[in-house]
Design a protein around this ligand. Structure first.
Ligand SMILES: *[C@@H]1O[C@H](CO)[C@@H](O)[C@H](O)[C@H]1NC(C)=O
Ligand SMILES: *[C@@H]1O[C@H](CO)[C@@H](O)[C@H](O)[C@H]1NC(C)=O
Length: 619
């Protein structure tokens, strides 16, 4: 009982004490209100004028001066009193971070860190803390948009890449002579001449990476094909990176006045596997890797840039050989067309029979099937006209002549064109076609084989159509030398340069199949370090290059660029058959066989007719 009473007394004292504290605090905050509140509010309004924010995030536990401002700000607010968020927040990048003191922000959550990296921060500088130290600490964490305000009302802003890592801004929060509206007018005015140093207001937050003063951007080209390769610039003696992906990085570095830094021990022309590059990106050893990675392998874009290029991922298939001369005749006599011609023949002979006397008296089966005039007419030969043809008959004869001209010229031109330039055999249009063809699909173990198994009906019976290579460089070597015993999976982006290369061949060796694909649509991005502070600038650069068509220009020009820099050779990997400029009798075998068969048929008919005449005694 006594213990209970004591506890109650204790609580009472505690509550009293808490109320006292609260009262004291209110007095303190009221004091603040008088000389600082409006100034701070003014400052936050000004920050929001530079770039509007839609969320406020407050780091630090109550009581803190920023908490008192919340009612006046009237924005959605997240309070992180522990200094870190335990949940994966997907903050909007338009958040404004208010930080109660220089140690209040201790964000551990990597996702939140990434989301809030670009956000603007306003730190309430406690007494005795130097702005340099705070800026240094924030720069180490790669958070660069930091401003500080102290109790007296001095405003500081951090600046990267400069001798002194912060500036003091002339905005004096203790100045109370300005009403808010004039301040806003002045601020708007200020935007127009931001760079004017005489202006009363400087920008609080600046684009820190607009001039990196020659700081390095670490990169590494994979040296696979024309997207990224190293070459030695003969005029400077320096090694440089080129290619349509490397150009993006070098032009970006130029834009930011940065330098591109390669590893010291790179091997010239030594291809590097994607896995190794990604590994180095994950370990933060590279800023931007000069390679392309499809977005399907990553669940988010933390390690990838905005998509640079889209592409399909299909097969390049050897161009089928030309049709043999012998086959051409059979190719031309297409059954359907022949059928149509026979039907036409029958119709014309019926019309001829009828139009002679405008009745069916002369009709007989023989007359219809073997109509002498119609046959000669359709084959483009002369045939006897009856002595006094009616106008119907004349009309029908005209039609026969017209049909004969059409069919004979058509066949003639087809035949001659094919003989001078034989067509190709059927191209492969589906995965089933490939499995029944004589070609094998060359793939690298691991990556591509997984794709194949997932997307196609690859079973144990047709698995011998796949040639699995353990060495990925061997696969690339086979593909680059246009070895036409295999079918290779290739991205359309890569195909551009292979196609360009093929233009120097005497005849194309491969074609890119849009029908047989592993993936019809891929987005390709550059791997980036997760907390790259100038990620947004890089993404803007990608968009700008695409917008002006420069990416496309680089892409289409990539092979010729390699030739120009003498990194690739213009070698003809095709082995065309010597074009035959004569026809041999053997090429006409089929025609001759057809001719002989027709003659034989004619002879048999003749013999039958003779026998017929002898037996029935017709003179
Ligand atoms: C701001 O104004 C106060 C009083 O008006 C003054 O004491 C202080 O030195 C000023 N600070 C700056 C940076 O001008
Ligand atoms: C670019 O950086 C260099 C230092 O590497 C510096 O000397 C130069 O002034 C910078 N250029 C501009 C336009 O600021």
């Amino acid at each position: 009982m006594a213990a209970g009473l004591a506890a109650m007394q204790f609580y009472f004292v505690l509550i009293l004490f808490a109320s006292l504290c609260h009262w004291l605090l209110c007095i303190e905050l009221d004091e603040l209100d008088k000389d600082e509140h409006s100034g701070l509010l003014h400052l936050i309004r000004r920050i929001r004028l530079e770039r509007d924010s839609d969320t406020i995030v407050i780091y630090g536990s109550e009581p803190c001066v920023f908490h008192e401002l919340l009612p006046q700000l009237g924005l959605p607010t997240v309070l992180l009193s522990q200094g870190s968020s335990w949940e994966d927040w997907s903050f909007s990048s338009e958040s404004l971070l208010l930080i109660c003191n220089s140690n209040a922000e201790q964000e551990q959550n990597r996702r939140t860190l990434l989301k809030l990296q670009q956000a603007r921060r306003l730190v309430y500088l406690e007494a005795g803390k130097k702005p340099t130290e705070v800026c240094e600490a924030y720069f180490e964490r790669e958070q660069v948009n930091v401003a500080m305000v102290d109790a007296v009302g001095n405003l500081y802003s951090c600046r990267c890449f400069q001798q002194k890592n912060y500036v003091q801004l002339a905005l004096n929060l203790s100045d109370s002579y300005q009403t808010e509206s004039t301040a806003l007018v002045n601020l708007n005015f200020d935007f127009d001449k931001e760079s004017d140093s005489n202006s009363h207001y400087d920008s609080i937050y600046v684009e820190q990476f607009a001039n990196m003063q020659g700081s390095p951007i670490r990169t590494e080209p994979d040296q696979v094909g024309p997207r990224a390769f190293i070459y030695k610039n003969p005029s400077t003696g320096e090694y440089e990176i080129k290619g349509f992906v490397s150009n993006l990085i070098t032009s970006f570095a130029e834009r930011l006045n940065a330098t591109v830094k390669l590893r010291d021990d790179f091997g010239l022309g030594q291809k590097i596997h994607m896995k190794n590059i990604i590994q180095r990106v994950l370990l933060d050893q590279l800023d931007i890797a000069a390679t392309l990675k499809s977005t399907v392998d990553f669940e988010n874009f933390d390690y990838l840039s905005y998509p640079y290029i889209h592409s399909s991922y299909c097969f390049m298939i050897p161009v089928p050989p030309r049709v043999d001369f012998k086959e051409i005749y059979t190719l031309i006599v297409h059954p359907l067309v022949t059928g149509v011609l026979i039907v036409l023949f029958l119709i014309f002979s019926l019309l001829l029979i009828y139009s002679q006397e405008l009745n069916w008296r002369r009709f007989s089966l023989i007359e219809m099937l073997l109509n002498d005039r119609c046959m000669r007419g359709l084959l483009g030969h002369a045939f006897p006209m009856p002595a006094h043809p009616s106008r119907y008959l004349k009309g029908i004869c005209m039609l026969v002549c017209f049909a004969s001209i059409m069919t004979t010229t058509m066949y003639e031109s087809c035949l001659q064109a094919y003989f001078t330039h034989p067509p190709h055999e059927m191209i492969l249009r589906s995965f089933e076609d490939i499995l029944t063809s004589r070609y094998k699909i060359a793939v690298e173990r691991g990556e591509a084989i997984g794709y194949l198994l997932r997307n196609f009906s690859l079973t144990t019976t047709n698995v011998h159509h796949v040639h699995v290579l353990d060495d990925w460089q061997e696969l690339i070597r086979l593909r680059e030398t246009f070895n036409d015993s295999f079918i290779y999976p290739v991205t359309e982006v890569r195909w551009f340069s292979l196609k360009e290369q093929q233009k120097y061949f005497r005849e194309p060796v491969f074609y890119y199949s849009q029908d047989v694909c592993m993936k019809h649509f891929l987005l390709l991005s550059l791997p980036l370090r997760r907390h790259l502070p100038y990620r947004q600038l890089f993404e803007q650069h990608i968009l700008a290059m695409q917008e002006f068509g420069i990416s496309q220009f680089w892409l289409r020009n990539s092979f010729n660029e390699m030739i120009r820099l003498k990194v690739a050779l213009r070698k003809d990997y095709s082995h065309p058959e010597e074009p035959e400029d004569q026809l041999y009798v053997r090429d006409l075998t089929n025609i001759l066989i057809f001719y002989l068969a027709a003659h034989l048929l004619a002879c048999i008919c003749f013999v039958l007719e003779l026998c017929w005449a002898r037996i029935f005694g017709i003179k």
